[in-house]
Each structure stands twice: as C-alpha cells, then as structure tokens.
Design a protein around this ligand. Structure first.
Ligand code: SR1
Ligand code: MG
Length: 403
C-alpha cells in the first residue's frame, strides 16, 4: 500500500520513499543495497543521489517541490517544471547528446526526473571562484547554444511543429520568476531586493536612471514576446558541470521559447561577475585574460556553428537572402549584451546573489566591486546597440576592470 502511494501520488520524497520509487524502475541489479543522500543545494528542488553498494553505480533523482525552496511555502510554484526540464533535456540531447545529462526515466505525476549522476564533474561557478581554467568550456557552450537554438527555431522547423513546441514549453511560473527577479524587482524599490546599506547610493542611482529603465523595459518585452528558440532559460555558471574534457549543461527547468541572446547573455554575465571578483585578488592578470577570451570564444563558436547550420540545414526560404543572417546575428549579439547587463545587476542587488561576489572577504572591496558591477551592468544595457563587435564589448569590460 505504501509503495503504491509512492508510485502514484505526488508527495515530496524522503530518502526512504525515493529508494522505494527507484526500486520500481529496475535500474539497479541490487536495489536493496542502495545508499541515498539528499544533495540539493539549489533554490527550488530536491536532489537525491542513490549509489548501489555492490557496483558503485549511481543515479540522480531530481524532484520539484510545489514551492520555491529558497523562500518557502509562501511562494508556490507549479510542478510542471519537472516535465519541462525532462522534456527539454531529451530534446536537447537530440542535437548535443554529450553536453547534457542522460535522462533514464521521467515521472510527471511525481514531478521527478531520474538521470545520470555527474559527480565526477564539478560545478563551474565553484571552479571559477577557485581560479580553475577549463579550456574547452567556451567552445562547448557556444556550440550548445548554436545547436539547441537553431534546431528549435523557425529556420529549422516547420511552422506547425515550431508552434506545437512553443505550446509544450510554455512555462509561465518559471518565466515569471525571471520577469520579476531579473527584469523588474532590482530596478525598483522592491522587497525582494537584497543589498547592504553601503550600496544604497549606487542602487538609488539605478532606480533613478530613466534611460536605463526604458532600456530594461524594452529588454523585458523582448524576453516576454520573442519566441525565437527553445532556451535553457537559466544558463548561469551554477547550471554547468565541468571536467577538463567534458561540459554538461544541467537544470533546464526554466526552458521556454524566448530570445536566443538570453542564454548567451546569462552565461556572459556570470563570467563577467567572476571576472570582477578577481579584482579582489593580487595575481589576477592571467585569470582575467582567460575569462575574457572564454567569452570571445563562446561568441565566435556560436556564430560559426549557427552560420553553418543556417547554410546547411535551413527550411526557411528567407535564409537564402544574404542580408538576413548578419542582421539576425547582430540582434542576438545586442540582446545578449543587454540581458547580460540585467543579470549582472540582479545578481548584485536582487533576491538571488552569486557566491563569486558575496564571498569576497574584505567587505570594503566587496562593496567597491559590487558598485563597479552595477555601473557595468547599466552601461552594457544602455550602450548595447553601440557595442557592435566583440572588440568593443571586451574593451568596455576592460574599462570597468581598470576604472
Ligand atoms: C526563486 S529562484 C531564484 C533564482 O534561482 C534560479 O536558479 C534562477 O536563476 C532564479 O532567478
Ligand atoms: Mg537551477
């Protein structure tokens, strides 16, 4: 009877019930000898690791909670995000199977996904904080975004198929989190914001900047309305696992059809935040150069791969009109810079911070770097249409690192 309720009815798993659930799946040869640990450190979900003692084989079971774990039950969230995540992982695996975790099983009723355990990988954010360099990361992420976005765009799909997918990946709850936490709350005096009073002057400068608010408003409307391709939707450095040779993009529960520049922008922003945090260190020169090169390489790989796909696999007659690709890439580029600016600002003063900045030990230096982050974020948003090239963009970041 107990097992039936585990299998059929949603309830948050415990280490006991998740084990009972996994026994029903015939994944392990010795399902009675499992070690189970809850290892979730994210904002929203339960994550269990189950290891088979005899073989040391392990899997992950990720289950959505009906509320945002980071805030509590007062912030209800739809369980449908578990379905979005597993379907997005399966869809993405069609074009980049080596860059995402392998899904073993999905249970929509229990809002959970059973997948490959990536414990041999490390979370990119933590690695960047401790100055580790991953030479293949930029190519992998550029390739990931090009492949996943092109394959789900109107350039590759029949319009009926594309519109069916847009419906399937409509993700209102999670998009609302981004609409609020990335594009709205940090730009107004809102209770979800979180910053020390030493930053208040810099924050009030943001709130009073009407030119900035105009541009952020326009970026928010792009996010709301430009259903260009299936995005990851939350591509920060905590959503990426790495080893020397391998990169895995995890956690696409925010997936939806949106502007392609959004994923690139979030990735850039989190690299920039890490770069800024290096101002607190003495031997920063080489690390900063590596990080700036990683952004350049990400864009170069993205643009090359997207162009290749455009030339070889398109199903849209307008892709044969020569002027369209450069204009489209310029739009993606400009959007990416603007979205990066919004992400930099929200990670500095909004609800969800990044450890890159918050773990800077010297509080005065932390405040000084956060002020620079706010200025750079605002600058990228306002000048995005003038930063036509990679060179302009990198120069602007170098300027923020110097000033
Ligand atoms: C309430 S969720 C806060 C943040 O965590 C997620 O990873 C997203 O980035 C979201 O904005
Ligand atoms: Mg996440």
């Amino acid at each position: 009877m107990a097992q039936q309720s585990v299998v059929n009815q949603y309830a948050p798993f415990t280490t006991q019930t998740v084990m009972e659930f996994v026994k029903t799946l015939s994944i392990f040869d010795h399902p009675n000898k499992l070690i189970v640990k809850e290892i979730g450190d994210g904002n929203l979900n339960l994550v269990f690791q189950l290891v088979e003692l005899e073989t040391n084989r392990s899997i992950i079971v990720k289950q959505a909670l009906p509320y945002a774990k980071v805030v509590g039950e007062s912030w209800p969230l739809s369980l449908n995000r578990a379905k979005i995540e597993s379907e997005s992982l399966r869809m993405t695996a069609r074009v980049v199977p080596n860059l995402v975790p392998h899904v073993l099983h999905t249970d929509h009723e229990l809002a959970c996904t059973v997948m490959e355990d990536l414990s041999d990988h490390h979370i990119l954010r933590t690695e960047l904080i401790s100055n580790q360099h991953y030479p293949l990361l930029a190519q992998h992420i550029g390739y990931y975004v090009a492949q996943t976005s092109f394959a789900t765009s109107d350039f590759a799909l029949h319009p009926f198929v594309k519109k069916e997918l847009v419906q399937k990946f409509t993700n209102p709850d999670l998009c609302k989190i981004t609409e609020d936490l990335v594009f709205t709350d940090p730009f107004f005096d809102h209770p979800t914001n979180d910053f020390p009073h030493e930053l208040r002057h810099a924050v009030e400068t943001i709130w009073a900047d009407e030119d900035l608010l105009t541009e952020v408003g326009l970026l928010k409307f792009q996010f709301l309305t430009h259903a260009e391709a299936l995005l990851h939707g939350d591509l920060h450095t905590g959503s990426i696992f790495v080893t020397e040779q391998s990169t895995k993009v995890i956690d696409p529960e925010f997936a939806f059809f949106g502007p392609i520049g959004f994923d690139l922008g979030q990735f850039f922003a989190n690299i920039i935040l890490n770069t800024l945090s290096k101002l607190a260190t003495t031997d920063r020169q080489a690390i900063v150069s590596d990080l700036l090169r990683a952004m350049e390489q990400t864009w170069i790989t993205f643009a090359q791969e997207f162009t290749k796909l455009w030339d070889e696999s398109n199903h849209e007659i307008y892709t044969n009109v020569p002027g369209i690709l450069p204009r489209f890439l310029l739009k993606v580029w400009t959007d990416a810079i603007g979205f990066a600016g919004c992400e930099i600002i929200r990670r500095t003063i909004g609800l969800a911070h990044v450890a890159d900045l918050d773990t800077i030990e010297d509080f005065h230096i932390q405040i000084e770097i956060k002020e620079r982050a706010l200025q750079l974020g605002a600058d990228l948003i306002k000048s995005r249409t003038h930063l036509y090239s990679l060179g302009h963009f990198i120069q602007r970041i170098k300027g923020a690192l110097r000033s």
